[in-house]
Write a protein that binds this ligand. Structure first.
Ligand SMILES: Cc1cc2nc3c(=O)[nH]c(=O)nc-3n(C[C@H](O)[C@H](O)[C@H](O)COP(=O)(O)OP(=O)(O)OC[C@H]3O[C@@H](n4cnc5c(N)ncnc54)[C@H](O)[C@@H]3O)c2cc1C
Length: 388
């Protein structure tokens, strides 16, 4: 088989890239290790920046998001039982959309199916070959048979644990990493959210987040240790640990119920540099990871894809490689700013240190955020998403 762009991974990065390329008449094949149902069952991101929304519209898959998504014009931060609101609309004139990654993935999959673009699910043993030449190839197994896909370029959109980044010799890559000594224990419930907006909670017992997917479906997170075993977290224990961290109004409005999903995600900051190796271009979690505190992971995957799709269109339509040659540098500039913001929010809101100096710095920073128009504006500008 031959295609112009072989895309590894059918997460948001791979699917969105495929859709944008298809719009510009560029052939692409997606190879995905899991089944489509498995990909759709992963409950993850939920906050979509304005620029990501625009890109989804450009890809022709934004209709359902605009119909069912929840527009959020602000966010709330609760510090030791007292809630403060930061209005994106007033501070920077923008908003974000709350729309689940599972729904967005479904829209992208439906768009791809409607376009008739090929996706190979359950592709096993995906391996990249000759990426430093003009004739790269990808080999894989599907339905018990060995296959090979010849292409012009390979887009490594296969997430943090994927094969693409690992195909590059370690000496050619700089891995910048920070691992935090904690994780997020998350549950999804069919109960109404405690608030119309997300509430980020800083509390001596630890961080919590009250989020949602719809007016009837809530997503809650608790800071937990990395050694935590999910089996030791029956729903009752989760609710009992959440309640004391909330303010009185949120506690009174909290409707508990059985979880329909429960998982633990470790917190990590990671950036691989560069993001291009010959014909291989890394995008999304394959190249970088942020702790989920700033809601940037999916949005960063989309911004990489934006740079990469434009560069590939330039290559094929305008016969210019300027965009491909500067892809890594341009993508990384935005990546590092989102890494900084996600790290900052993580350090600001979690119980990480038992040192009273660190705790007081957290509280001083939060007080400054609530009192200074300049600090609040910088927060809002980063949260809604920096321009491409
Ligand atoms: C609990 C949690 C909450 C989050 N909240 C937010 C949020 O609010 N906002 C936000 O923006 N982000 C959030 N994120 C991050 C977001 O989910 C990811 O950044 C996003 O999924 C990245 O998309 P991706 O396509 O790059 O990678 P992935 O979604 O990881 O997709 C990669 C795909 O590649 C496939 N693959 C892997 N290896 C191979 C292989 N060898 N061969 C073929 N295919 C392979 C995988 O099966 C997968 O389908 C959150 C993440 C978590 C865990």
């Amino acid at each position: 088989m031959r295609t112009q762009v072989a895309i590894i991974g059918a997460g948001p990065a791979g699917l969105l890239l495929g859709q944008l390329l298809h719009k510009h008449g560029i052939d692409n094949v997606i190879l995905e290790r899991q089944t489509g149902d498995y990909v759709l069952s992963r409950v993850r991101a939920g906050v979509i920046e304005q620029v990501t929304q625009d890109l989804l519209d450009e890809a022709g898959v934004g209709t359902r998001m605009h119909r069912d998504g929840l527009v959020h014009e602000g966010v709330q931060i609760c510090v030791d039982g007292v809630r403060h609101r930061l209005s994106f609309k007033e501070l920077v004139g923008k908003s974000v959309m709350v729309y689940g990654q599972t729904e967005l993935t479904k829209d992208l999959m439906d768009g791809r199916a409607a376009a008739g673009a090929p996706t190979v699910y359950s592709a096993q043993d995906v391996a990249l070959h000759d990426v430093l030449t003009a004739r790269p190839r990808v080999s894989y197994r599907a339905e018990g048979k060995a296959h090979e896909l010849a292409c012009d370029f390979i887009a490594g959109c296969d997430g943090f644990h994927g094969v693409s980044r690992k195909s590059v010799p370690a000496s050619a890559i700089t891995a910048n990493e920070r691992v935090y000594p904690l994780g997020w224990l998350g549950i999804l419930t069919d109960t109404p959210p405690v608030s119309d907006e997300l509430i980020y909670v800083r509390h001596p017992l630890g961080f919590a987040l009250c989020s949602m997917r719809s007016p009837t479906r809530s997503r809650y997170y608790l800071q937990c240790s990395l050694a935590e075993d999910i089996e030791s977290w029956p729903d009752e224990r989760f609710w009992e640990e959440l309640k004391p961290r909330l303010d009185d109004e949120a506690r009174a409005r909290l409707v508990t119920g059985p979880s329909i999903e429960k998982s633990i995600a470790p917190l990590r900051s990671f950036v691989a540099e560069p993001m291009r190796f010959g014909a291989l271009f890394l995008a999304g979690d394959a190249a970088h990871i942020v702790p989920p505190t700033g809601a940037k992971g999916l949005n960063l995957a989309a911004s990489d894809v934006q740079y990469l799709a434009r560069a590939l269109v330039e290559h094929y339509a305008e016969k210019s490689d300027a965009g491909l040659d500067t892809y890594s540098e341009r993508a990384l500039k935005r990546v590092w700013k989102a890494e900084r913001f996600s790290w900052w929010m993580t350090m600001l809101l979690h119980r990480i240190s038992e040192n009273s100096f660190d705790r007081n710095i957290q509280l001083a920073e939060l007080d400054y955020l609530f009192r200074s128009q300049a600090a609040a504006t910088a927060f809002a500008e980063n949260y809604v998403g920096l321009p491409y």
